[in-house]
Write a protein that binds this ligand. Structure first.
Ligand code: HEC
Length: 116
């Protein structure tokens, strides 16, 4: 096989692994697990973030692969959640929950904030 074809095929495969789509998950179950696993303690009940404890993680969470990597092997202060304590399906459910959270209205669209 031609070397260029091999290189292109390798790049395509690597790209596919990177852009891996999230496994299917249950929004309702994910919300319960998000609470039970104490994610909300640091990230807020709707992932809004809370001061110094943890950054905002919703709406629009990281792409699945980066999200999963952060939870399994956090890059700084966050405690790691291993597959033993947080099975892959539970993580997929949490992701489905975070991805389902809608952004709030913009400040300019809230009448009470534009009376002055
Ligand atoms: C003790 C507090 C704490 C708990 C509990 C916690 N996190 Fe975090 N999380 C953090 C902090 C602090 C960061 C910033 C990066 C770091 O420290 O690794 C973070 C980063 C993240 C990020 C990356 C967002 C970004 O912008 O950096 C995701 C996604 C995330 N957490 C998801 C979760 C999930 C899901 C759970 C529950 C399974 C959870 N976290 C539990 C503190 C926490």
């Amino acid at each position: 096989m031609n070397k260029t074809i091999v290189a292109v095929a390798t790049l395509l495969l690597a790209g596919q692994a990177w852009a891996q789509t999230a496994p299917a998950g249950s929004v309702e179950r994910g919300q319960k697990i998000f609470m039970r696993q104490m994610c909300f303690n640091c990230h807020g009940t709707v992932g809004q973030g809370g001061g110094v404890a943890g950054p905002k993680i919703a709406p629009a969470p990281f792409p699945w692969s980066a999200f999963a990597q952060q939870v399994r092997r956090p890059r700084a202060e966050m405690p790691p959640f291993t597959e033993k304590n947080l099975p892959e399906q539970d993580l997929a459910d949490i992701y489905a929950y975070l991805a389902s959270i809608k952004a709030g209205p913009a400040a300019k669209d809230i009448p009470l904030l534009s009376v002055f």
